[in-house]
Each structure stands twice: as C-alpha cells, then as structure tokens.
Design a protein around this ligand. Structure first.
Ligand SMILES: Nc1ncnc2c1ncn2[C@@H]1O[C@H](COP(=O)(O)OP(=O)(O)OP(=O)(O)O)[C@@H](O)[C@H]1O
Ligand SMILES: Nc1nc2c(c(=O)[nH]1)N[C@H]1C(S)=C(S)[C@@H](COP(=O)(O)O)O[C@H]1N2
Length: 173
C-alpha cells in the first residue's frame, strides 16, 4: 500500500523552516499500521494548480490509496489546500473535517480556522490536516478508525492497524 504525504507550505518548501509535519505523518503511520506500506513524499508551495497536479499524480499515477496533506487549510489569502482538494475529488466526506475540528478544539480555539476537508478521487482517499506539527497526531487519531473501512468501500487495499494505537472499525466484522 502506498500513502502520499504532501506538505503544503511556502516557507518549508523554500527551506526557510524545516518541514516537521510531513515526517510526523510518516511517524504516525509507522506506529499505527500493521500492514506493509510505503510513503510517497511531496513538499510544495501553496499554489492551487500545483496542489491539484500533485494530488492527481499521487492518486492516478503513483497509486496511493491514501493521500494526507498538511498545511494551507486556514483563512490566509494563500491557503488553498481545501479548494484544490475539492476540485480533484469525485465526492467529499464532510464528517472528516467536522470530527478533526471538534477534536482539535479541545487543544486550541483557533481550530475553527481550519477549513480542512477529505474526499474520494477514484480509489483514493484524500485527507487534509492543518500545518502545525502538533495537529498531525490529534487529527489522525480521530479519523483513522474509519479509514480502513472507507478504503474497503472505494475498492482500495486492505488496511490493518495496530489495535493499541488505532482500533479500525469495520461494521459487521
Ligand atoms: N510543515 C511544517 N513544519 C513545521 N512547522 C510548520 C509546518 N507548517 C506550519 N508550521 C508551523 O506553524 C506555523 C503557522 O503555520 P502557517 O499556517 O503559517 O504555515 P504555512 O501556511 O505552512 O506556512 P507558509 O505561510 O510558509 O505557507 C508556522 O510558522 C510554523 O511554525
Ligand atoms: N489540532 C490542531 N488543529 C489546528 C491547529 C493546531 O495547532 N492544532 N492550528 C489551527 C490554526 S492556528 C490554523 S490557522 C488552522 C489552519 O492551519 P494551516 O493553514 O496551517 O492548515 O488550523 C488550526 N487547526
């Protein structure tokens, strides 16, 4: 199984600061998944066209069953990750953004500023996370129980998790 990990940040992509959020996503999946998987990394600026191209490439050409983005979900003029995600998705899954904001609000009141979304493109699931490294684990812990069954439903590969980190829920099993 391949998992796309996309950091979307003007400054991290220019080397002004080190990308900590992409590696945090990889680290989370190393702990949470018990199946074999490999990451496919991208580090790009907040350019809508480039974000769309990158998401399409990871889903359609690189064969990523899951693509997780970080950054560019806020209200600033250059924050366009949700727009790019919506543009490339066949359908949206509003529950993902709702749940991640709800969980994040326990830590920071500014969680309401994230417009993070998730959606399906073909047989791939795309999930947006905020840019802050601290948001990664919080948001992924919240939504991951539903991700393996979501991949089942869209014809993706069979994802298994380590129960002590994430308890995957598959109705009927
Ligand atoms: N990928 C990342 N790695 C490490 N820190 C990050 C990352 N993304 C965001 N941050 C931290 O969160 C702060 C606020 O994030 P902000 O939303 O401004 O970032 P951004 O939109 O990714 O950055 P930029 O404005 O360069 O595109 C940043 O100043 C930085 O400290
Ligand atoms: N869990 C969590 N969610 C969070 C945050 C955070 O620190 N932790 N930061 C918030 C802030 S300050 C902003 S501006 C938005 C959007 O961040 P982004 O533009 O980096 O995606 O995410 C919000 N969601």
């Amino acid at each position: 199984m391949r998992i796309g990990i996309v950091t979307i940040s003007d400054r991290a992509s220019q080397g002004i600061y080190e990308d900590k959020s992409g590696p945090a996503i990889e680290q989370f999946f190393r702990e949470a998944l018990s199946c074999t998987w490999e990451p496919v990394f991208r580090l790009i600026p907040d350019e809508q066209e480039l974000i769309e191209q990158t998401l399409k490439q990871l889903c359609d050409e690189e064969g990523c069953a899951l693509v997780v983005t970080t950054g560019g979900t806020g209200p600033a003029p250059r924050d366009v990750t949700p727009e790019a995600t919506e543009k490339v998705c066949d359908k949206l899954l509003p529950g993902f953004g709702e749940l991640m904001r709800q969980v994040s609000l326990r830590s920071v009141p500014t969680a309401i500023l994230s417009r993070q979304v998730a959606g399906i493109r073909g047989r791939s699931l795309i999930i947006n996370l905020p840019g802050k490294p601290a948001a990664i684990r919080e948001c992924l812990l919240a939504v991951m129980p539903a991700v393996p069954y979501c991949l089942d439903l869209i014809g993706g590969p069979y994802m298994t998790t380590r129960e002590e980190v994430v308890r995957a829920f598959r109705p009927g099993s």
